[in-house]
Write a protein that binds this ligand. Structure first.
Ligand SMILES: C[S@@+](CC[C@H](N)C(=O)[O-])C[C@H]1O[C@@H](n2cnc3c(N)ncnc32)[C@H](O)[C@@H]1O
Length: 288
C-alpha cells in the first residue's frame, strides 16, 4: 500500500540523513510513554484507523500499528521519500499489512474519496513535532480535520516557548545555540512557538479542544549510583546532530559551535548541573 505525491518546496530544516533518522528513533523511545498515554486518552485502540501526519521514519507509526492491531489501520504521511521508504520497509519486516506510507506535503493532504486518505475515514490523527516546521500549520490542521470522521480525535505534541530551553547553571554559549536554532526554523517558515497558535487554528478547522497539557522535562547531568538520566540523551543527541548544521547554515561560527557543545558536554558530565528541555505541549481535540 503506497502513494507518492509532490513534496513540499522547503526542505525539512533538520535534514533526512542517517544522523537525523537515528536521532528520531532515540527521541521516540524517550517520548513513547507520553505518546502512548495521549493515544489512549484519545480513545485509540484495537480497530482504530489512525493518520500519522509528518510521521518521519515512522517510529510512532509502527507503535500505533501495534496498538490498533491488524483490525485497524495506520497511514503515515511525510514529505521525505527516504523516511517513508524506511517506514514501508519496517512495516514489511514486521508483517504489518495494515500500515501504509504516503509521500506528500501535509499542508496539501492528498484526500480523495477512494485513495489511501479518504475524507471522514479516520478515527484519530497524530501530529508530533511537525507543525513547528510547516509554514502553513492551519492548512495541515484543515486537511487532518477533513480526514477525520465525526467524533474522531487529533492528538498533537509540539512546542511552545521552545527558547525556554536552557542549562543550569546558565551558559551564554548554550543559550546562543538555542536562539540560533529557533531563528533557523523561523527562517524556513517554521514556528518554535506554534502551540500558542494551535488552539485558534483548531477552532478554525472546526475542531473542539478536549484537553491541553504540558510535558516539561529536565535532564540531569552526571551519574547517580552509576545510572545516567535517560532523558539526557535527548538534548545531547540533539545538539551533537544539529549544532554543526547551524554552522553549515551560517547561523553560528565554528567557535560558537565548539563553545556551545562544550557547555552541553560540561552539563552532561556533571551531576550538579541539569538541562531544561523544551516544553512539549499536548493538545487533544475532537471533530464534532
Ligand atoms: C521532527 S520530525 C518528527 C517525525 C515524527 N512525527 C516523530 O515524532 O518522530 C519532523 C518531520 O516532519 C516532516 N515534515 C516537515 N514538513 C513537512 C511537510 N510540509 N509535509 C510533510 N512532512 C513534513 C519531516 O520530513 C520530518 O520527518
Amino acid at each position: 500500500m503506497s502513494a507518492t505525491i509532490a513534496p513540499a518546496a522547503q526542505p525539512y530544516v533538520l535534514g533526512t540523513g542517517d544522523d537525523e533518522l537515528a536521532r528520531l528513533g532515540l527521541q521516540h523511545r524517550l517520548w513513547s510513554d507520553a505518546a502512548v498515554s495521549a493515544w489512549k486518552a484519545a480513545g485509540i485502540g484495537a480497530g482504530s484507523a489512525v493518520l500519522d501526519a509528518g510521521c518521519g521514519p515512522g517510529f510512532a507509526t509502527l507503535d500505533l500499528a501495534e496498538l490498533v492491531t491488524a483490525a485497524g489501520r495506520v497511514v503515515g504521511v511525510d514529505e521525505s521519500d527516504r523516511f517513508i521508504t524506511h517506514l514501508r520497509e519496517q512495516a514489511r519486516v514486521r508483517g504489518h499489512g495494515h500500515v501504509a506510507g504516503v509521500v506528500a506535503d501535509v499542508q496539501a493532504m492528498p484526500i480523495s474519496s477512494v485513495g489511501t486518505i479518504r475524507a471522514g475515514s479516520f478515527d484519530a490523527a497524530y501530529l508530533r513535532w511537525v507543525l513547528c516546521f510547516t509554514p502553513r500549520p492551519e492548512a495541515v490542521l484543515a486537511g487532518v480535520a477533513a480526514a477525520l470522521r465525526s467524533g474522531g480525535r487529533i492528538v498533537i505534541h509540539d512546542y511552545f516557548a521552545y527558547e525556554s530551553m536552557t542549562v543550569a547553571p546558565r551558559s551564554a554559549a548554550y543559550d546562543l545555540l538555542v536562539r540560533a536554532t529557533a531563528d533557523s526554523w523561523r527562517a524556513r517558515g517554521g514556528d518554535p512557538d506554534v502551540m500558542a497558535r494551535v488552539p485558534g487554528m483548531l477552532g478554525h478547522a472546526g475542531l473542539r479542544i478536549v484537553s491541553i497539557r504540558v510535558h516539561q522535562r529536565v535532564a540531569r547531568g552526571g551519574t547517580e549510583l552509576g545510572r545516567t538520566d535517560p532523558m539526557l540523551a535527548w538534548p545531547v543527541s540533539w545538539w551533537r546532530t544539529f549544532a554543526p548544521k547551524l554552522v553549515d547554515m551560517g547561523r553560528i561560527t565554528p567557535e560558537q559551535c565548539r563553545d556551545g557543545l562544550h557547555a552541553v558536554e560540561t552539563a552532561a558530565a556533571d551531576a550538579t548541573r541539569f538541562i531544561v528541555c523544551p516544553p512539549v505541549y499536548e493538545i487533544i481535540a475532537e471533530k464534532p
